[in-house]
Design a protein around this ligand. Structure first.
Ligand SMILES: Cc1ncc(C[n+]2csc(CCOP(=O)(O)OP(=O)(O)O)c2C)c(N)n1
Ligand SMILES: [Mg+2]
Length: 343
């Protein structure tokens, strides 16, 4: 049997260690920045749109952008992404229009895309049920002799779900080319990490499933990029799955319907806000001389414009036909429902 080294407990860092990542030149570093800004702008505007009643409940991902952008940039376009609700806007990084995702949060059918158009699966709301899907797709790619890998994003809370364990075990046994990416933001709504596991670190779960585990600073976009690239290369070259634990602390409410002041460590939130991932990366790029005020303003304006266009397009879409709700539910709609829909 292959022996697996215990997961690394120490957090891997690049920005705070003032390192550079091999193979990332000026163009790639700025692309990564553009992606983080786009995600941040999407997130901040979405909270405003929610307050204005223009989208429904929204799962905020403020300060999770480094995990999402860092991981996606480490992949190839052929690789498949399986997002949870926390990564709802990750399709933006694959060219999906902002309007599509806004439609999703508006509950409009135009918010459901064909996954094969972007190699981005539907947004998964049930916790962890997409982990076996991602692993199954990866295994399928391996069986077909294709080189694509898959990545599933899920939270710390998801590691307590049966579906996570089934998916992780299957990935290990089948040596599926999958990356299990855990965003450990320390909270599952109001349930703290300490109530979720008695393990010293979530990364230790990797050992039980016979796969390497890596623990990174989730606010360090370059550390996330480096760890994901390593995992993707290993998967693509037949080395099987990897579990990545990206550690952060949720600095925003779980979603627009949540008030975390009742349960969260507010000092820790303030600390996390001061060290939030986009500002950290901006300071790094400025130290390298790659980012100045003018370029920063241009990139932020582009993102703001994309969001203005996105919400305008989403709101211009005609209301869906209410009958759609029942179209695939019954061959013969019950009489009461037929009357309702006629009326
Ligand atoms: C199977 C299932 N059970 C419960 C819920 C309700 N729920 C929605 S979000 C959430 C917390 C999940 O926390 P975590 O996995 O840490 O992800 P995070 O929201 O922190 O990104 C729960 C329990 C759900 N969506 N699906
Ligand atoms: Mg969580």
């Amino acid at each position: 049997m292959a022996r697996v080294a215990p997961g690394e407990h120490e957090l891997r860092r690049v920005i705070d260690d003032d390192r550079e990542v091999d193979g990332l030149g000026e163009h790639e570093l700025l692309q990564l920045y553009r992606s983080m800004v786009l995600l941040r702008t999407y997130d901040e505007r979405s909270v405003v749109y929610h307050r204005q009643g223009r989208i429904g409940t929204y799962a905020i991902f403020w300060n999770h952008e480094a995990m999402q952008a860092g991981a996606v940039h480490a992949l190839e376009d052929e690789d498949w992404i399986f997002p949870s609700y926390r990564e709802s806007a990750i399709g933006l990084l694959r060219g999906m229009p902002a309007a599509t995702i806004l439609h999703w949060w508006r509950g409009h059918p135009a918010g459901w895309w064909n996954p094969a158009d972007y190699n981005v699966a539907s947004i998964c709301v049930p916790i962890a049920t997409h982990v076996p899907h991602a692993v199954g797709l990866a295994w399928g790619k391996k069986l077909k002799g294709e080189s694509a890998v898959s990545i599933a994003f899920f939270g710390d809370g998801a590691t307590s779900e049966g579906a996570f364990h089934e998916g992780a075990n299957f990935a290990g046994v089948m040596q599926a080319p999958a990356i299990l990416f855990c965003n450990n933001n320390h909270w599952a709504i109001s349930t703290p990490l300490s109530a979720q596991t008695h393990a010293a670190a979530l990364v230790d779960k990797a050992v039980g499933y016979g796969m390497p585990g890596v623990r990174v600073d989730g606010g360090d976009v370059l550390a996330v990029f480096e760890a994901t690239r390593e995992a993707a290369e290993r998967a693509r070259s037949g080395g099987g799955p990897t579990f990545i634990e990206a550690v952060s602390y949720r600095a925003a409410p779980h979603a627009t319907a949540d008030d975390p002041r009742a349960y969260i460590d507010l000092e820790r939130v303030e600390q996390e806000k001061r060290n939030e991932c986009l500002g950290r990366y901006e300071r790094y790029l400025r130290r390298l001389g790659l980012l100045g005020d003018e370029l920063e303003a241009e990139i932020k304006n582009d993102a703001a414009e994309a969001m203005r266009a996105g919400i305008a397009a989403a709101e211009a879409e005609p209301e869906p036909d209410a009958d759609l709700l029942f179209e695939h539910a019954y061959v013969d709609p019950p009489p009461g429902m037929r009357e309702g829909s006629d009326g």
